[in-house]
Structures are given as structure tokens and as C-alpha cells.
Design a protein around this ligand. Structure first.
Ligand code: MG
Length: 251
């Protein structure tokens, strides 16, 4: 679907990896264009604060990557939600992947070259982008740890990765919670994401009268096109005048 024009009644929900930023060989290697935090801050102001980051990364990671920009955000696929006033909501509080699971996953990552374990405050992600031959090994292991009817945890497939995540929370539940905040209310949500885990966010945005945009379909799979669309949106909200983007920095 062709991305709609941003207007003053829009609310933006943006995934990070594969949406705002190009996917890197491993999560710590992503490159943040220097103009991006300023662009997000400008849009955040233009939309009256109705801009949220919705990522699988922990909140602290999102903040570190996009600093000095900080806003409403959902981390770990909706397990942690932070509102614009800084209020944090983590649910269920204190619930995290058991230590013996983490140890088993780390031991496996040590055993399988290229497989990377990313510990998070609540969940754990096993990445096999650099070791596709071990995809089946990784899946066998996480399936052995997390039964399909486990009361607290579930497996979340992601791009060349699988996450052990808490049940009952998703990017969709995060969008719903954030849309209940005053600055989002009455707005038309536009959710942009690239991954399986974004589908819940997209369908919630649609349920709430908005749109869900897949990067692959609406932006040719290219985060640079997402950023260009955001720049054009900021210009439009500025009243048509081309926005002063620092020279030498492509969107
Ligand atoms: Mg993504």
C-alpha cells in the first residue's frame, strides 16, 4: 500500500531495526544516520507528542541508539511500555526468562559459531543471521525449553532470530495502550514495521482506524525510503516549506 500523507491528526508508531535503520549483521552493529534523532524530535513536536518507538529492543537500547531523542516507547515487543511523561509500565513485573534457560542458551551460542544470544531484561533473543546452518539447532533448543502451552513464555519468530518472550504482551497491546494516552487519542495511527512481530502492531493500528505499513511493500524494503517519507511528512507539517535538513546528511 502507498504510504498516506502525514497530517496533524496522525499518530506515528515506528519500529527500529529494518524500519528506521538498516538491518546489520548483528544488533550492535546498526548505524544511526546523524539526522535521525533530530527528525524524530521534530515530528514528535509537530504531532503533539503522538510519536512512539515500538521495538523488540529493550527501552534502554532504544534510548541509547536514538539519543538525544526520547519519547513514548515500547520495548521488548510490548513487554515494557514507557509513556511520554516517563511513566514506565512493565508487565508482569519482575517476570524474566529463568536463569537456567539463559545458561543453556549461552552455552549453545558458545558451541555454535555465529549464533548470538542477546539477553534482555525480560526475554532473550537467539540470532542466527550469521549462522543460518544452525537455524534448526536453535529452534530445536528453544522449543525444548518453552513448551507450546507454557503459562508465562512463548516463542516469537523474528528475522533470522527467535525470541523467548512473555505471553500476553505484543506490539499490538503496546499500540493499544499508547493510543489510550491523551496525546494519541482521536488520532489516526500509522504503524510502520518490517517483521512478523510488527503484524500485531499493524492490525491494532487498523482496528483503531489507522493503517499498518510493511516496509517490504510500502517502502521497497528500504529503511532509507521510510526516513525520506518521514522527512517529507515533516516538511508537509511545516506547511510545505522544505525542511532545513543539515547538509551532507542523507535522510
Ligand atoms: Mg524490525
Amino acid at each position: 500500500m502507498t504510504p498516506p500523507d502525514l497530517d496533524r491528526a496522525s499518530a506515528l508508531f515506528l519500529d527500529v531495526d529494518g524500519t528506521l535503520l538498516e538491518i546489520a549483521a548483528s544488533p550492535e552493529l546498526v548505524v544511526v544516520p546523524p539526522s535521525l534523532p533530530g527528525l524524530l524530535a521534530h515530528l514528535h513536536d509537530q504531532l503533539g507528542g503522538a510519536l512512539a518507538i515500538v521495538s523488540g529492543r529493550p527501552l534502554a537500547e532504544i534510548d541509547r541508539l536514538l539519543a538525544p531523542f526520547a519519547s513514548s516507547a515500547a520495548g521488548e515487543h510490548g513487554v515494557a511500555v514507557r509513556y511520554d511523561d516517563g511513566t514506565l509500565e512493565e508487565a508482569p513485573a519482575g517476570m524474566a526468562v529463568p536463569e537456567p534457560w539463559r545458561e543453556a542458551l549461552q552455552a549453545a551460542a558458545d558451541r555454535w559459531p555465529g549464533v548470538q544470544m542477546e539477553p534482555k531484561p525480560h526475554g532473550v533473543t537467539m540470532h542466527y543471521r550469521l549462522a543460518p546452518d544452525h537455524a534448526n539447532d536453535v529452534w530445536r533448543l528453544v522449543r525444548a525449553l518453552v513448551s507450546e502451552d507454557h503459562p508465562h513464555f512463548r516463542l516469537l519468530p523474528a528475522r533470522e532470530a527467535v525470541e523467548i518472550s512473555l505471553r500476553g504482551r505484543s506490539k499490538g497491546s503496546a499500540v493499544e495502550r499508547l493510543m489510550g494516552q491523551a496525546m494519541f487519542q482521536g488520532r489516526r495511527p500509522i504503524y510502520i514495521g518490517d517483521d512478523f512481530t510488527d503484524e500485531a502492531g499493524m492490525s491494532m493500528a487498523r482496528d483503531l482506524g489507522g493503517v499498518g505499513l510493511r516496509v517490504a511493500e510500502s517502502f521497497s524494503g528500504d529503511p532509507a525510503q521510510v526516513r525520506s517519507w518521514l522527512v517529507r511528512g515533516a516538511e508537509r507539517l511545516d506547511g510545505g516549506a522544505p525542511r532545513a535538513v543539515p547538509t551532507g546528511i542523507s535522510p
